[in-house]
Design a protein around this ligand. Structure first.
Ligand code: SAH
Length: 384
């Protein structure tokens, strides 16, 4: 005789098997596992469901999460990992983000600024090493006027027409973003840092959450491939706030998403806080891969700093981009968002080889192409 509960369980098990979902060792009616399965198949969950999943991530659910995120990355991008050459061109910043080592209040920071020619020289080195995306990142340094930046972009695009340029230089007006786009910038990285307005305001007392979010929407409207992202393990950050990050990203639907652990920098007001963990960061990367399956997700330098194999683990957890440094060696250590940053003493050619070996060892292949988002739209001609 078949008893009711048992019959139900058998049906459920059969359904799961049919869907190619292994019920795992534990109880296959586990709610967190069920939510994870829904996320895997539908790439979305409600806020309440996301919080539940985050707060009930037992060992077997976590194992499944990483399995699903790996399958999803493979489905959209195969085995290829995109490479970007990163130029950190100035650590001078007008902002005062509480967590950041280059905040304007850190009088101890050894400030530097590369000339336009020096930035172009970095791109040349990068181009010769095979990079076809240059990520130009800096603090919010007003020495680089709109005119200078436009000139720089035009020059890079003229010299390296088959390369993409990504800017990561903070908040600007929509008109300024538009000018930079039509001067040749293809992509823009601007992490939202945290989707919790309350936490954002605490960490950025003189900045406006609404403006940061508005900037991201402006960038999208203009036609950039846009990158948002957040830090994991920020002081006081809750599971509910991390769920907000995932849901905000789902709504914004950016092309790129940077996720890294928070590090307490000793010259900032957050020096006594504890930092983000490897496990939590990997979980957030994997969940992001499931929420926005076709996103370009870097295995960040920050996660590589947290653990010697951090970047490889991030790739296995769903990341598909790495951004080796092509800045001049003497400036690397000065671009100190957080301390003990890896790869500060290595030449660009060394970084390129080292990361290629690591990627290959982890079972992936490098892709030196531009690596545009699969969602990239054709660029319209300048309207002026
Ligand atoms: N001015 C640019 C670039 C900021 S630096 C901008 O506003 O976008 C790049 C990223 O480093 C930041 O967005 C932040 O998420 C990260 N970062 C800064 N300080 C950090 C710290 N102490 N620990 C971990 N990540 C940090």
């Amino acid at each position: 005789m078949v008893n009711g509960t048992c019959f139900f369980s058998m049906t459920c098990k059969l359904l799961m098997e049919k869907a190619g979902i292994s019920p795992g060792k534990g109880n296959y009616m586990d709610k967190a596992l069920m939510l994870l399965n829904n996320l895997y198949s539908q790439n979305s969950l409600s806020k309440q469901e996301t919080v539940y999943l985050l707060e009930n991530m037992t060992g077997n659910v976590e194992e499944k999460l990483f399995e699903y995120s790996d399958i999803t990355r493979k489905k959209y991008f195969g085995n290829r990992i995109f490479m970007r050459g990163l130029v950190e061109f100035s650590n001078i910043c007008r902002q005062d983000c509480l967590y950041c080592g280059i905040r304007c209040s850190n009088k101890n920071a050894d400030r530097y600024r590369l000339s336009l020619d020096e930035i172009i020289e970095c791109c040349k080195t990068g181009y010769q090493l095979g990079y076809r995306t240059f990520v130009l990142q800096s603090g919010e340094d007003s020495w680089y006027t709109l005119e200078k930046l436009s000139c720089l972009l035009k020059s890079i695009k003229h010299k390296f027409p088959d390369a993409a340029v990504t800017l990561s230089i903070g908040e600007k007006t929509k008109d300024e973003y538009r000018t930079l786009f039509y001067s040749g910038a293809d992509r823009y990285l601007l992490r939202h840092e945290t989707a919790s307005k309350k936490l954002y305001s605490k960490l950025h007392p003189s900045m406006d959450y609404n403006n940061r979010i508005k900037c991201l929407y402006n960038l999208k409207e203009i036609g950039y491939q846009v990158g948002a992202g957040f830090m994991v393990g920020l002081p006081g950050q809750t599971g509910s706030e991390l769920a907000e990050d995932l849901l905000f990203l789902k709504k914004l639907n950016p092309h790129m998403i940077g996720i890294g652990p928070f590090f307490p920098h000793s010259r900032t007001p957050l020096k006594n806080e504890s930092g983000g963990s490897l496990e939590d960061t990997l979980k957030m990367i994997a969940l992001t891969r499931l929420f926005i399956p076709d996103s370009l997700l870097p295995a960040t330098t920050a996660i590589g700093t947290l653990h010697p194999k951090g970047r490889e683990l991030a790739l296995k957890a769903g990341a598909n981009v790495v951004m080796p440094n092509i800045s001049p060696v003497d400036t690397r250590v000065k671009y100190e968002l957080y301390e003990n940053k890896i790869c500060t003493a290595d030449r660009a050619s060394h970084c390129r080889k080292c990361i290629e070996n690591r990627i290959n060892h982890a079972g992936f292949e490098i892709d030196m192409g531009r690596g545009d988002s699969p969602r990239k739209e054709k660029r319209a001609a300048a309207p002026f």
